[in-house]
Design a binder for this molecule. Structure first.
Ligand code: SAH
Length: 378
C-alpha cells in the first residue's frame, strides 16, 4: 500500500479521529496512488495513523479506519452490520417503515458513501473515487447482510468527481444487483410512496424530512396546508393523514406534480381535499391573497458553495417573506434550508429579516433537523 507521510504536528486532527487528510498536511507520498486507491497515512516519525481512500483535490485522503487493519470483505461487513444495527435499534425497520438511510458517509465511518433503502431496494451513491471503486463489493455485502434487500441500484454520475471515472470505462448508473420492480412502493410511517430513484432527485426521496413530516401531521388536524416545493408530495401525504381539511401542493416540475398526485392517490384513493399545481413558487404565492393555517417551504439548496451564500441569504429572505404572507394570523410556517454552505444562524437571520419585512410577529416553536439515520460524526 502506498504510504503518505504528514508534516510535523499535522497528525493532531487524525489523533482526534477527524476523517479527512487535507493536501496541505502532506509531506511526502511514496509512489503515485491512483484515484481512489487505498493508502496508509503515517506521522512524520513513520507511526501509523490511518488507512483510507486517496483522491486528488483539497481532501487527499478519506479515512476508512484509524486501526491498522485490512480493508477486505470482513471490514466492509463490520461497517455495514454496524450501520444496519443502529437503524434497527432506532426502530426504523418494521412493518410500517422500510424507508431509511442505511449509510450516511462520515457519520457511519464510511466517508464518501450514501445508501438509502426503499423496501427491497438499496440506492447507493458514491461521492468519492474510492467508494466508486468499491461499489461492487459493498453491494454484495449489503445484500448478504440485510435479509430484506434484493436490489442495489447505483446512482453516482452526478456526485462523483470527474477524475474518479477517467480510469474506468464502466461508470454509468444502473443495477449492480437485481433489477427494476414495476410499481415499486416504499413505506414511511405507514404511508406509501412510489419512489423513482432512476429519474428522481438525489436517491429518489427526501428521507431526511421524515420526522419533520410527522410533526406536520401532528399539527394538521382540520387545517388548511400549503406545501411549497412539494416534490413527490411527502409533506402533503402526512398533512392529509393528520386530518387536514385542505392541502395544496406546488412544485415547478410537472413530473413532480404527477408523482405527488400518484402518491396521494395510493394513500387516499377517494380524497377530495388535495390539489396540486405545477407552478413557480413565487408566482403561485403572489397570484392570490389566499392564506393558509400552515405553510411549508422546502426549496432546493440556494447555496451549494460558500461564494453563493450572500445571494442565497437574499433568496431565503425573499422566499420566507412571501411564505409568511401566506400564513393566517396564529398559523404555522415550516421553513427549511438544505444549503450546506448556509449555517443555522445565517438561515435564522434570513427568516428574521423576512419576518421584519412582513411586519409580522414570528416565534420559533421548534428547531428542526435531520433524523437519527443521518448521524453526524462529532
Ligand atoms: N419537500 C420535498 C423536497 C423538496 S426538493 C419532500 O419532502 O420530498 C425541492 C423541489 O423544489 C424540487 O422538487 C424542485 O422541482 C422544486 N423547485 C425548484 N425550483 C422551484 C420553483 N422556483 N418553484 C417551485 N418549485 C421549485
Amino acid at each position: 500500500m502506498i504510504k503518505i507521510s504528514l508534516k510535523p504536528r499535522k497528525e493532531e486532527s487524525l489523533l482526534r479521529y477527524h476523517p479527512w487528510v487535507f493536501s496541505g498536511a502532506i509531506a511526502r507520498i511514496d509512489g503515485k496512488p491512483a484515484e481512489g486507491e487505498l493508502v496508509r497515512v503515517t506521522d512524520c516519525n513513520d507511526n501509523f495513523l490511518a488507512v483510507g481512500h486517496y483522491q486528488t483535490g483539497s481532501i487527499s485522503v478519506r479515512v476508512l479506519s484509524f486501526v491498522d487493519e485490512k480493508i477486505d470483505n470482513d471490514f466492509w461487513q463490520k461497517r455495514i452490520v454496524a450501520a444496519y444495527s443502529l437503524r434497527h435499534s432506532l426502530g426504523l425497520i418494521n412493518g410500517t417503515n422500510d424507508t431509511y438511510r442505511l449509510v450516511h458517509g462520515e457519520g457511519d465511518s464510511l466517508p464518501g458513501l450514501i445508501i438509502d433503502v426503499y423496501a427491497d431496494t438499496a440506492v447507493m451513491q458514491a461521492h468519492s473515487a474510492g467508494m466508486h471503486r468499491c461499489r461492487n463489493i459493498i453491494a454484495q455485502i449489503i445484500i448478504e447482510t440485510i435479509p430484506t434487500l434484493k436490489n442495489v441500484y447505483y446512482k453516482s454520475e452526478s456526485t462523483l468527481p470527474i477524475n474518479a471515472l477517467s480510469s474506468e470505462s464502466e461508470n454509468s448508473d444502473g443495477y449492480l444487483i437485481g433489477q427494476y420492480a414495476e410499481n415499486h412502493i416504499a413505506t414511511e410511517n405507514g404511508l406509501k410512496f412510489s419512489v423513482d430513484w432512476q429519474r428522481g432527485q438525489k436517491t429518489g426521496f427526501f428521507i431526511d424530512q421524515r420526522e419533520n413530516r410527522e410533526l406536520l401531521q401532528r399539527y394538521s388536524g382540520d387545517k388548511t396546508v400549503l406545501n411549497m416545493f412539494c416534490y413527490t408530495g411527502g409533506f402533503s401525504a402526512y398533512a392529509l393523514q393528520g386530518g387536514a381539511q385542505k392541502v395544496v401542493s406546488v412544485d415547478s416540475s410537472a413530473k413532480a406534480i404527477e408523482l405527488t398526485n400518484r402518491n396521494i392517490n395510493i394513500n387516499f384513493p377517494n380524497d377530495k381535499c388535495h390539489s396540486a399545481f405545477a407552478d413557480d413558487a413565487f408566482k403561485f404565492m403572489s397570484q392570490s391573497a389566499e392564506q393558509y393555517d400552515i405553510v411549508v417551504l422546502d426549496p432546493p439548496a440556494f447555496a451549494k458553495r460558500l461564494n453563493a451564500v450572500p445571494n442565497a441569504l437574499r433568496g431565503y429572505q425573499k422566499l420566507n417573506a412571501a411564505g409568511i404572507k401566506k400564513v393566517k394570523n396564529g398559523g404555522l410556517l415550516f421553513t427549511f434550508s438544505c444549503s450546506q454552505a448556509v449555517s443555522r444562524q445565517q438561515f435564522r437571520l434570513a427568516v428574521l429579516s423576512a419576518a421584519v419585512e412582513s411586519k409580522r410577529t414570528v416565534r420559533i416553536l421548534h428547531q428542526l433537523s435531520q433524523p437519527a439515520d443521518h448521524p453526524v460524526s462529532i
